[in-house]
Each structure stands twice: as structure tokens, then as C-alpha cells.
Design a protein. Structure first.
Length: 231
């Protein structure tokens, strides 16, 4: 069983359109949609926004619904000048930008810090996702790092902190690292695929998100179907 996690209703609705022969199961105040996409058994869950919500959902998918693989699909904010709205990021490594252990253990925020809070996506799933995205010619696809935190990244000081401490990061969101954290602890392979709904370092960030979130979600859903066809 493959678990599919999205954060927002519009992301779940987009993927649900591709879900066949499904039933809705309510568990722990959440709805879980069990069915098939491209002939693969899946359980789709809308976790809500943020690290705790996504960690709870990933845990339930693994422990209660028996998922032995997790795919996190949705939108993210791009943080590179060369990126454009609706580009796609296949995440190979994730960590928290708001995890601060520097004052206690003198560990700087970094992808290089060996503190157990940097999470590697499954290499096979990353490569499969990359190859899947190549079949779509109307976007650019990047394989790269992402940072997560409980904040919508739009203020200059937070953007500058991320750019300083995580120069490798190509995107930011609020769920990828926590899902990776749970999957790593359970030894469950996972991959994160994000369509960029806004570019946080460019003007009109808020307007971009409102305008393009639906399009990014629809595109991410199409990628999900294509990915599972190749799986």
C-alpha cells in the first residue's frame, strides 16, 4: 500500500479526481481515501498544514493503514532566482529550517550537521520521479534539497536566514521534513514531489500563491498519476 500525503484540500481534491473505486474511512478526526491510481493500491490523506499535522498523518498511514511507502505531493515556495511558478522539485534531502540546536550543542543550522535531523529520500523513488517528470515538456524539473518549518516564508529576515544557512535548498514548505523524519524512523521509503506555487524571493509572492496554488495542485496530481503508472 502506498500512502499519499497532501497538506491542503485543493491538493487532495486534485488527486482525488484520479482515485478509482475508493472508499472514505474516518480515523482520528481525519478522512482517509483508500482506492487505486494507475492500478496501484493507495491511501490518500489530507494532513493539514504544518509539521505536527503531517507527522501524525504519516505515522497513521504507516501504523494503522499499513503503508510501506509514502509519497508527499503538493506545492512549495521556490527560493532561487532561476525558478518559475509551476516548476517541479523532486526532493532528495530535507531538514527543518526552524530547528535551532545551536544554543545548546553549538550545532549550526545546516544540511551538513550530523544531528539526525536531515532526511534522505529514497534514491530509487527520486530517480523514478525525475524520469517521470521528463515526460512533461511544459515545466522545468529540479532534483534538490528542501527546508521545512512552521511558517509561511515571506519575510525578508526568514528568507535571508534560509539562504545563509541552507544555500543548497531550492524550495521551502511546511511538511516535507517532518514526513521524512517519520519515514526515516520507521525505515519506510519516501519521496517528496512539489510544484512551485510561488517564488518567495520575487515580487508579488502572496499574489502568486493565491493565483497559482490551484494550478500547481492540478499539475502535481497529474504527476502523481504518471509516477504511479511507471512505478
Amino acid at each position: 500500500m502506498i500512502g499519499i500525503i497532501v497538506a491542503m484540500a485543493l491538493e487532495r481534491e486534485a488527486i482525488q479526481q484520479h482515485l478509482e473505486d475508493y472508499k472514505c474511512v474516518n480515523y482520528g478526526r481525519q478522512n482517509y481515501y483508500i482506492g487505486t491510481i494507475s492500478g496501484r493500491d493507495v491511501t490518500l490523506a489530507e494532513c493539514g498544514v504544518g509539521k505536527v499535522a503531517s507527522a501524525i498523518t504519516a505515522t497513521r498511514l504507516i501504523e494503522h493503514f499499513g503503508c510501506d511507502e509514502i509519497i508527499n505531493i503538493g506545492t512549495a515556495g521556490g527560493i532561487k532566482e532561476y525558478e518559475n511558478v509551476l516548476d517541479v522539485v523532486v526532493v532528495d534531502k530535507s531538514t527543518y529550517h526552524d530547528w535551532d540546536n545551536e544554543s545548546v550543542n553549538d550545532e549550526p543550522r545546516s544540511f551538513a550537521t550530523q544531528n539526525g535531523y536531515v532526511f534522505d529520500s529514497d534514491p530509487h523513488l527520486v530517480e523514478l520521479a525525475r524520469k517521470t517528470m521528463e515526460q512533461f515538456s511544459d515545466h522545468k524539473t529540479y532534483v534538490g534539497h528542501i527546508v521545512s518549518g512552521d511558517a509561511f516564508v515571506r519575510f525578508d529576515d526568514l528568507v535571508q536566514m534560509i539562504q545563509k544557512n541552507f544555500p543548497e535548498a531550492v524550495a521551502c514548505d511546511m511538511e516535507s521534513a517532518s514526513i521524512g523524519h517519520v519515514c526515516t524512523m520507521y525505515d519506510v521509503p519516501f519521496v517528496v514531489i512539489r510544484s512551485l506555487s510561488d517564488i518567495v524571493i520575487k515580487e508579488g509572492n502572496e499574489m502568486d500563491f493565491q493565483t497559482y496554488a490551484r494550478q500547481a495542485s492540478d499539475r502535481a496530481a497529474r504527476f502523481t498519476r504518471a509516477f504511479l503508472e511507471r512505478h
